[in-house]
Design a protein around this ligand. Structure first.
Ligand SMILES: Nc1ncnc2c1ncn2[C@@H]1O[C@H](COP(=O)(O)OP(=O)(O)OP(=O)(O)O)[C@@H](O)[C@H]1O
Length: 335
């Protein structure tokens, strides 16, 4: 393992913001720390960098304890939500700062800056003033500056949070490509599931200072360990069922789920787990909200209320009868 964190606990006074954290990042791997606001993500990241002292536990790199190694000697690159560029210097000078800090000879600076700007998609931006950059461009410069000394670990704390939705999505895709292509080992802090899933190989879900689950992106998404993690990952309702021969029978209908063990199962339903169909379970629309890609419904079914989706073309209003069927795509197996 490149990075190994064991039993890491961080206190602010008597309050434990991170409790007994354990995580590993392999060489070239991207791990996302995902969790709601206040769950301790930034504190854990800062403790790994050495910016925040830990109460107990260890942070190791290739087996060597980093406790005696000061922040600037850990070989880590940092990018924050607000890139924290030097406003009075141009783009090249901001990136050169990272190079000078690490003793790269001056004659190599121009070529390195050019290569880094090419890497982040800002070719030719050397002489631009930092104050004249868009939010997305500024974050790309912050990324180039962090990558300049070729850090062994890149730490990204909500790097895209300050950007508007469209730009954020595009930059997440670009960043994912950049990290993979260059085999950069990285730790990403985010509260945004989409971002975590776009960027990371593995995720660790944090809540109230504890890592609740850690694993490959797809397995965490499909098999959250409990209702809390499931809810954080977009599950809005739950139904208990019984699995036999790959088919799960539930009060909301039957559904084929491949990787499910026989016997009682608890299913977590994301809104698109229930789709409007000609056949299926009868219900009544309570509310309909038009979204870009579908109509989101709240439907009462007997005594309970569930979320569901209909195609954008559906003309449904409160009071309309509907029929719903289960879609395996929107279903997680909980526990
Ligand atoms: N310097 C500090 N002194 C005291 N308490 C702090 C300090 N920094 C953070 N906390 C508390 O520690 C907890 C974890 O904070 P942290 O910033 O790590 O969470 P987070 O998951 O990164 O949240 P966000 O997504 O909102 O940034 C919160 O309850 C916060 O109020």
């Amino acid at each position: 393992m490149a990075l190994s964190v064991r039993d890491l606990t961080v206190h602010y006074g008597s309050f434990a913001a991170v409790r007994g954290a354990r995580l590993d990042i392999a060489d070239g791997e991207v791990l996302a720390l995902l969790g709601p606001s206040g769950s301790g993500k930034s504190t854990l990241l800062r403790a790994i960098t050495g910016l925040e002292p830990s109460t107990s536990g260890s942070v190791r790199w290739d087996g060597a304890d980093l406790a005696p190694v000061p922040v600037h000697r850990r070989g880590f690159g940092l990018v924050f939500q607000d890139g924290q560029l030097f406003p009075h210097r141009d783009v090249a000078a901001n990136i050169t700062f990272g190079l000078r800090m690490h003793g790269v000879p001056r004659r190599e600076h121009a070529a390195r800056v050019k290569a880094l700007l090419d890497l982040v998609g800002l070719t030719g931006f050397e002489r631009r003033r930092v104050t004249e950059l868009s939010g997305g461009q500024a974050q790309r410069v912050a990324l180039a500056r962090a990558l300049a000394p070729e850090p062994r670990l890149l730490l990204l704390d909500e790097p895209l949070s300050g950007l508007d939705a469209g730009l954020r999505e595009q930059l997440a895709i670009d960043l994912a490509e950049l990290l993979r292509r260059n085999k950069i080992t990285a730790l990403l802090v985010t509260h945004d599931q989409e971002e975590a899933f776009t960027l990371a190989d593995r995720v660790a879900v944090l809540d109230a200072g504890k890592i609740r689950q850690e694993g490959a992106v797809r397995s965490v998404w499909q098999q959250p360990v409990d209702d809390g993690v499931a809810r954080f990952l977009g599950v809005t309702s739950f139904v208990d069922g019984v699995a036999a021969g790959g088919l799960v029978r539930t009060p909301l209908g039957d559904v084929v789920l491949a990787a499910v063990t026989e016997g009682p199962v608890r299913l977590g339903l994301r809104p698109h787990a229930l789709r409007v169909n000609e056949n299926g379970l009868a219900g009544e629309v309570r509310a309909a909200v038009h979204r870009r890609e579908h109509v989101r419904l709240v439907v009462s079914v007997g005594e309970s209320t569930v979320d569901a989706v209909a195609p954008v073309t559906a003309d449904l209003r409160a009071g309309d009868p509907v029929r719903l069927t289960l879609d395996p795509d929107g279903i997680a197996v909980v526990g």
